[in-house]
Design a protein around this ligand. Sequence first.
Ligand code: GLY
Ligand code: MN
Length: 462
Amino acid sequence: MFKKDVYIDRRKRLVSKMSGGIALFPGHTDSPMNYISNIFHFRQNSSFLYYFGLDFPDIAAAIDLDSGESIVFGNDVTMDDIIWMGPQPSMRERCAEVGVTDSRPYNDLFDYVKKAQDSGRKIHFLPQYRGETKILMSSLLGMKAIDVNEHQSVELIKAVVAMRNIKDEYEVEELIKAAATGYEMHVAAMKMAMPGVWEQKIAGTVEGIALAGGGMLSFPIILSQDGQTLHNHDHSQTLKEGRMMLTDTGCESSMHYASDNTRTVPVGGKFNQRQRDIYNIVLAANNNATAMAKPGIPYFDCHIEAARTLAAGLKDLGIMKGDPEEAARIGAYALFQPHGLGHMMGLDVHDMEDLGENYVGYDEETKRSEIFGLSGLRLGRKLEPGFVFTNEPGCYFIPELIDKWESEKKFPDFINYDKAREYLDFGGIRLEDDLLVTDKGVEIIGERIPITVEEVEETMNS
Ligand code: GLY
Ligand code: MN
C-alpha cells in the first residue's frame, strides 16, 4: 500500500469536493466458486482501495463529509481464523497504516447508518455491481436490492472520477510495474505462436507470468487466431500457418494497477504480404493517434485520426473508397473497426467503468456520438495531464458484419464489398499501447512491446 499520507490526503480532497453528508464505501466480500470456503481470488473494490488501501474482505468504510472523519468497520480475526490463516494484525493496526484512527466492529455499521438516516443526513454511495454488496446496501438503507443503484450519488461519482482520472506519481510507478510484467507476457506469447501450438497452452503460460509478477490478470485473456471476434476468450484452437494470433492481455501490479496491451503476430514468425499490408495500416493508425494526443486535444479527435488512417490504408488496398476523412466522420470505417480507440486505465483496466463510462470519458463539453463505431468510444473528452488511457486501433474482417452491411447496402460509396470478401478468412489485428498524458504530450507507459514488423519477426525468431 502507499504511505498513509496519500490516503489521508485523498480523503481530505474528497471531503472538500462534496457538499456534506456521509460517503459510504462497502468493501468486497469473498466470492465462492463452488462452495462457501472455496473462493475466487479476492479482489477489493477499486474506489475502496483508492481511499482506504485496505486489501482484504469483509470491511466497510465511511467518511463524514461534514466533520471530515473516517471510520472503518471490520472485525478482528478469531482464534479459528488464526488456526487456518495464521496470525493477522488487528483492525486498529491495519487502519493506522492508512491513517484511520476510528475502527469499529463490523456490525456497528448498521447503527451508524441508521443514526445518520434518522437525523436526515444524505448517504452518498457509488453504483454497486456485485450481488453481495447490493444485498448489504439493501439491508443498511432499507430498500430493495434491485433498487439500490437508483439511489447512487451522482455528486460522489463526479468527485471520485475527478480525482481518480488524474494519476499521481505513485500510481504511475505502479502502472510502470504492471507494464513491465505485461511486456514479459506479450513477448512470451509471441515466441510461442508457432504452428501446431494449442492456444490454451499460450494463454495459460501468459496467465502464469502475470501471477508470477505478483498480481493477477487485469481481465480474462483474449487470445485467438480468430482475432476478428473482439473479445475472444475461446482458446481451444491449434495455431495454423497463414493465420495471425491476436493477444489482448494485461496484468495488475500487486497494488492492482493495470496494464492492457494487444499485439497480433503471424503464426510461425514471418508476415506474408497480405498480413504485412493490413498490419502496417493498423500500426500507422496507432502511431498517428499517439502523435496527435496531448493535453487539450479531445480523444475523440484521435479516434477520428486513427479511423481516417484506417480508411486511407484500406482505400490504397481497394477495400474502401471515397474520402477517408469523411469515411471516418460518418462511421463507414466502422465495418472494419467496430470499437472505440481506447479507454481510461488505472485501478480498473477500464477505469471506473462501474461508475458510468460517460462520467469518466465524457463531460459537458464532449458528448458521446450515437454513430455505430464512434458510439463505442469510451473516452472522448479533452486529454489532461495525468490521464492514463489505451490506444488500440484495429482492423477486423467479420464475415457476419460484412454480410449484414452488404445486404443493407450500407455505405456503397465507401466500401468495395467484393474486395472485402477476399479477406473473409483473414481474422483481425489490434495493436494496443497504454499512454500517460504529460504536460506536453503523451508517453507510452514502460518499454514499448515489440510492434514494428521487423521487431515482431525478430522477437519471434530469437
Ligand atoms: N483489453 C480489452 C478491452 O479493452 O476491452
Ligand atoms: Mn483495452
